[in-house]
Design a protein around this ligand. Sequence first.
Ligand SMILES: Cc1ncc(COP(=O)(O)O)c(C=O)c1O
Length: 452
Amino acid sequence: MKKVAEPHSVVPMAERVCFEKSAALRSRAHAVIPGGAHTYAKGDDQFPERSPGFIARGKGCHIWDVDGNEFIEYGMGLRSVTLGHAYASVIEAAYRQMLQGNNFNRPALLELECAEMLQSLVPGAEMVKFAKDGSTILTAGIKLARAYTGRTLVAVCSESPFYSYNDWFIGLTQMDSGIPPVTRSMTLTFDYNDIGSLERLFARFPGQIAMVLMEPTRLIDPQDGFLQKVREVAHRDGAVFMLDETITGFRFHRGGAQSVFGVTPDLSCFGKAMANGFSLSALVGRSEIMQLGGLQHDKERVFLLSTTHGAEYPALAAALETMRIYRDEPVIEHLYRAGERLRQGFLDAVADAGVHDHLTIAGRPCNLLYGTRDHDGNPSQEFRTLFLQELIRWGVLAPSFIVSYSHDDSDIDYTIEAIRRAAAVYAQAIDARSTDGLLIGRPTRPVYRRYN
Ligand SMILES: Cc1ncc(COP(=O)(O)O)c(C=O)c1O
């Protein structure tokens, strides 16, 4: 069963006021790391000025920053840490493997065992190929689809804010600097829950689209069998249908969102939640397509995925243990239950503060995102920053409200109390039609912007 290793020790509603060490480290970080962080979502421009800049350690859903402040965290390692930070049995599995070696010249048995475990959980996983991150396997999936179909274009669902740091996707954003126009022109977009928008692409580019790529869902579930229709439209024209389950994989269901919505894609991508924060991702799918990257066919060969660290053994051992826990313990049930408790508490708190039209929450309970609107009802970075700042003040670091297996009722209830306090300040700003005097420092900024 779940082990929350330390009883949580958040001082009841003590204000976090000291970020001195974090502030001092910032200039050092920006001098050596472009953006001050290795992931844009962790960057300074994504958090208020008064926030923990550097984290010293984590346990369960609690983290401690370099100034010694403790927080309950949501999102957890960009959603990669589904069970909890430093989850005992996962790190023990990784450590045991480290003592046996990290990487050999021929595959370890673990590579096969881990692939078979994933295959046993995910309906569409006839074959499996591991890598380290989601971006790499999505790009590999596209290459495979292009080789399989002999076509060039890719149709991606516009609803998702991120698929890959690679050019085929980033070329669609405001940050397309350095990406040749020819690369951008090969990616087309269609809209979620709008099958007509995909049909129009196929009508315009018949026989030219290699792949249709999408997340199964983001905030709204597929309507009227949308995923089945996408698959059908893609197959009718001979295109490959790939689902990006980087976020939904294991969080929505131990077999991925494809198990929830009853659709089997040709290819799918798993990452983030596979190894509880250890770096591992997997391209999985139909043998007929995946086999092109293999040794047992007489077609033209595809250089599929071949990375030095793709099957790094501690990460595989962590993944095997993480997937075992998903299989044997009520992890997914817990995510839904804890998320629902939080969703309800959020709704009550913002209603009591009279800001329910301005502070909103959406998504499945296992994957909750909030929205921040200003006095005129427009999405607002200033108001988002104020809300984040006030949550941080009361010991909650929540760019989203995505829970883990380690968020217990007391963590959730504490968070709801912090939301109440943050919502009260938010209400003051709504009444004043401005965050002036309440927001300390500059607002957060969207990641995709052409200039700083
Ligand atoms: C839906 C989705 N797909 C793919 C990726 C890329 O994964 P990675 O950051 O591991 O390359 C992300 C990362 O946030 C994602 O959210």
